[in-house]
Design a protein around this ligand. Structure first.
Ligand SMILES: Cc1cc2nc3c(=O)[nH]c(=O)nc-3n(C[C@H](O)[C@H](O)[C@H](O)COP(=O)(O)OP(=O)(O)OC[C@H]3O[C@@H](n4cnc5c(N)ncnc54)[C@H](O)[C@@H]3O)c2cc1C
Length: 410
């Protein structure tokens, strides 16, 4: 079977690998000059430190099993650093506490009062999967959690995981994340942190693996219409607006959620850990990019700050944003001189998993023979993550394979 895969993000790449590995003739069409979609390294600019900044820090979790399988397939399993979940959290006065998925640690999490810690432990011990409220924050309140606990404990990991704060995210998405990652057992909550530039370890490596397996990859080619494709079957693995246009369907009623990343080189070390969250700060999470990629600068510290689901930051101009974020770090961690900076904005980083959004996410079937849909935004049962993208691609490919099998049998 001759298959065209439209979109070279993780969803399209996963579908393409699955199809070429089962002996089909695959061509991937990607509009951009590089593969990888939302998982990218920024184009090189004079003066960038090594390695060049990514479009935003990406984190995978131990429960991302299909992502792990994908990295294995493209020869990049060694490009992530696996750490037991330990989230350092810095409060308004610069004090560190750590969130770990163990009762003894939760009881010592000093950024919330003891009564809240006890309620957190109790809620986790009795975690039920049924949602009774619309938003995750309301669900948490119904499960005995205070606003202080929501802001200073739950949102620390829910906000980056769902790219929305608990007040906006759907209860189902929050419940799923806690169940699957925090309570998933067998190292489901481990952090998988990239050691290499995202572009090299995803798009470039997958492109090579596809080439070696006999697939064709055409970058810089935007597919305008499915009719132009010379193929027996098509995987449409593009964002939802483009998917609707190509498939001639109404757009699903979903919203975007942005991610803003600010990359900073300071003249001295500010952050004594590889990563940390900042409470009550426009700088939600900070990562020591030099240390994580084993490229520590000769002088100072190379940091990446990521703020998820914060549309108010989107509106700021570059210089204002850098001043705000750099100031948020130096106010809390000590004075330092900023030597270099770069901003990366992704206004449509993910769909917003608000109450009701799940019903708007279609599955892989399109109603057209030989045409399937994929993308992190589709109905995978997962929040719109790298895992969701890869799962959607594999599911779409298997649906095509099942269709071919049924036809051959008929
Ligand atoms: C800054 C940022 C940080 C993130 N952090 C995390 C994280 O920490 N952990 C996590 O799991 N996820 C994270 N995500 C989300 C994750 O990256 C995405 O969910 C996932 O990569 C989406 O993959 P996709 O293949 O579904 O879509 P995309 O990556 O959007 O790929 C679609 C591709 O289709 C191409 N295309 C569109 N139209 C056409 C056309 N007509 N013809 C040909 N090609 C076309 C596009 O150029 C694009 O490359 C983050 C995203 C961003 C932006």
């Amino acid at each position: 079977m001759k298959v065209a895969v439209v979109g070279g993000g993780l969803a399209g790449l996963a579908a393409a690998l699955e199809l070429v590995d089962t002996g089909h003739e695959v061509t991937v069409f990607e509009a951009r000059p590089t593969l990888g979609g939302a998982v990218q390294t920024l184009p090189h600019r004079e003066g960038d430190p090594e390695p060049p900044p990514d479009n935003g820090q990406h984190i995978a979790l131990g429960c991302f099993t299909e992502y792990g399988r994908f990295l294995n397939r493209i020869g990049e399993a060694g490009s992530v650093k696996r750490l037991r979940l330990a989230l350092p959290v810095i409060d308004e006065r610069g004090r560190f506490e750590t969130i770990k998925p163990a009762v003894s640690w939760l009881l010592h999490y000093g950024h919330v009062p003891l009564a809240d810690r006890l309620r957190i432990v109790r809620a986790l011990a009795r975690w039920g999967d049924d949602a009774h409220e619309a938003t995750f924050a309301d669900e948490l309140r119904a499960r005995g959690q205070s606003d202080v606990a929501i802001e200073r404990f739950w949102d620390v990991f829910i906000r980056p995981a769902l790219n929305l704060p608990a007040e906006s995210a759907s209860a189902e998405a929050g419940i799923f994340t806690v169940r699957t990652a925090l309570l998933g057992g067998r190292r489901a909550s481990d952090l998988l942190l990239p050691r290499r530039p995202l572009g090299a370890m995803h798009g470039d490596a997958a492109g090579r693996a596809l080439g070696q397996a006999g697939a064709s990859v055409r970058t810089g080619v935007r597919v305008e219409s499915l009719d132009e494709l010379d193929a027996d079957a098509v995987v449409v693995a593009v964002p939802r607006q483009e998917s609707a246009r190509l498939l001639g369907e109404p757009e699903p009623e979903l919203e975007d959620s942005p991610i803003v990343s600010v990359h900073l080189l300071f003249d001295r070390e500010l952050l004594p850990r590889p990563l940390a969250a900042l409470l009550r700060s426009p700088a939600h999470w900070v990562f020591d990019r030099g240390r994580l990629t084993r490229h520590e600068p000769r002088r100072g510290q190379y940091l990446t700050v990521v703020s998820s689901g914060a549309p108010e930051l989107e509106a700021l101009r570059g210089r204002e944003l850098v001043d705000l974020i750099a100031g948020a770090l130096t106010d809390r961690l000590g004075a330092a001189e900023l030597l270099w900076s770069r901003v990366s904005r992704e206004p449509a980083a993910t769909i917003a998993v608000r109450p009701g959004s799940e019903a708007e996410r279609p599955g892989s079937a399109t109603g057209r023979a030989g045409v399937v849909r994929a993308g992190a935004w589709t109905a995978t049962g997962w929040p719109p993550t790298m895992e969701s993208a890869i799962r959607s691609g594999c599911t779409a490919a298997r649906r095509l394979l099942a269709e071919v099998g049924t036809k051959a049998a008929a």
